[in-house]
Design a protein around this ligand. Sequence first.
Ligand code: CP3
Length: 361
Amino acid sequence: MSQHLQAAKNPDKNNSPLLLRACRNEVTERPPVWMMRQAGRYMAEYQALRSGRTFMELCKNIELATEVSLQPYQAFAMDGVIMFSDILTIPDAMGLGLSFTEGMGPRFETPIRHIDQVAKLPIPDPAVDIAYVPAILKNLRQALGSDTQTALIGFSGAPWTLAAYMIEGGSSKHFQLLKQWLFEQPEALETLLAKLTLSVIAYLNAQIEAGAQVLQLFDTWAGILSHAQYERFVLPYHQQIIENLIRRDEVPVILYVNGSRGLLDLMVKAKPDVISVDEKTALGEARKIVDPNIALQGNLDPLALYCAPEVLKPMTQRLIAEGGTQGYIFNLGHGILPKTPVEHVRLVVDTVKSSAVLPVS
Ligand code: CP3
């Protein structure tokens, strides 16, 4: 793919982390690399800390969550450390009662089934109701200490995806209840989305205050919507979130939607710094739609990580070539899966880290 030598945003003079430079659309020596859900069950170190406690206990234990966040950094020297947590911390703090059961995923004790519940939902104060998250980030900032080359990543679920879990009460195949709300009582759904938007803004700003240098907004399930539905139920909330973040010049925002192929033009309208592309859309294809001043992240198929090294390595190399060296972050198209061979993760990271170095003029 040809290089898009566009003006970098806030060109960097002070040697900030590689990941941040790529987010700002700068030319980099090589692409930075991290993986969505990089801390998780595929690592024995994670399994050891997870055993004997629930997932939410692990998330809320500041010391252990800090340790888990650092495991992939220590094992593979990723260019980004993402805090260990989950996107469902906001609805949990709203009082829905979150638990995770083996093989079933998340489950809410009190899902949102009636519009009357929406008005009663509190907007969580992150410093009080989700205080463990800023505390983990502060710990991580300290742990990274003199390593000024690795970026600390914060994140939140976006309103649509959070509403999906809150209304369905957990994971869902067809999102029947959610779609029923969308068709039968769209205004009620918008009231919920607006409330979640205010919660996400406060949550992300607290993460910035606590030391997050990059933020990723996960709207995993927005890809189930048509273009027109996305325009009404997703885009305005992304815009509002991004417009209301503090230190917008310093802290870039990465926007992720799974199944975004027909929605990329609307993702651009939210003005994120980076669009994270899933494995179903080639980077070159995304580039034709995404403005050259927005960086791209992605999009190795998480299932490629199960393949033999002789297959995985050239796939990785082809993707590095396709991404190029301006405004490109190497990542997966979706989160890493359980039972992924650890050595394959290492192979991919090492391949990216030793990839062709281009002179930076
Ligand atoms: O990237 C990271 O390493 C940070 C941690 C992180 C987790 N979840 C840890 C986790 C992040 C960024 C997430 C985001 C998340 N959580 C998303 C959006 C991204 C995506 O993958 O689409 C979603 C939809 C969730 C909700 C969620 N959390 C589900 C559906 C599940 C169950 C599925 C499963 O794999 O079991 C989780 C649990 C979860 N979140 C685990 C981890 C490591 C596994 C929990 C365990 O130890 O059993």
